[in-house]
Design a binder for this molecule. Sequence first.
Ligand code: SAH
Ligand code: DHB
Ligand code: MG
Length: 229
Amino acid sequence: MPDHDPEAARQRYAAVDRYLDDLYGPGDPALEGARARAAAEELPDIAVSVNLGRYLHVLALACRARRILEIGTLGGYSAIWMARALPADGRLVTLEADGRHAAVARANLEEAGVAALTEVRVGAARESLADLEREDVEPFDMVFIDADKEPYAAYLSAAVRLTRTGSLIVADNVVRGGAVADGPSEDAGVTGVQRFNEALAAHPRLASVIVQQVGDKGHDGMALAVVTG
Ligand code: SAH
Ligand code: DHB
Ligand code: MG
């Protein structure tokens, strides 16, 4: 029984992800290529799953996003899914601390034909976010938070400042195998996400929900928040 055997549960979740991948077909060759290049370049295997990439794509379409901000690029996999939802004059800015990850992402975004719509900014996200605020850029319609977990609450504050009423803020990895429910943690990533979740739930300008998810990466979840007036 999945409830009693975590490994059996994980295999079951992975089987459904494979089923969903078959259901939708192989999809876009550039997306598969991006995963392959990231693996060949030995980037960490922590991109969103195929199915959650599709989820981000649908969310970007649902909020008619014309400007998207991503915090945590890795090899550009989630960025391609979201960029595929942009109109021809859309823009995606994605922030990445690691120059090697950013180089792989740029190659993948180029291969996917979305390089002209996208900008990979290399640097610590907190600094890049402060730069964006200083530049007084047009508000983003959607923000995807998916970088280091300890400063997640700070990323949320910046995301609110860089959006407008009606924008959508999404954050990955806010359940962490259920560890968020276990009380105080020694893991700075878990406590960072707990602080994020508390800030999200208490935020006067955010209508939000945290959704548990399972899949080939096990058990985690995403937060969805709409900025209100
Ligand atoms: N969104 C990607 C996965 C991102 S993994 C996808 O689904 O395809 C997290 C990324 O955040 C890694 O590439 C890591 O290098 C980057 N990162 C970690 N700390 C960071 C920081 N402080 N500023 C910017 N990027 C950071
Ligand atoms: C990690 C980061 C992620 O963004 C993710 O989706 C899974 C794992 C990590 O840092 O371990
Ligand atoms: Mg993630």
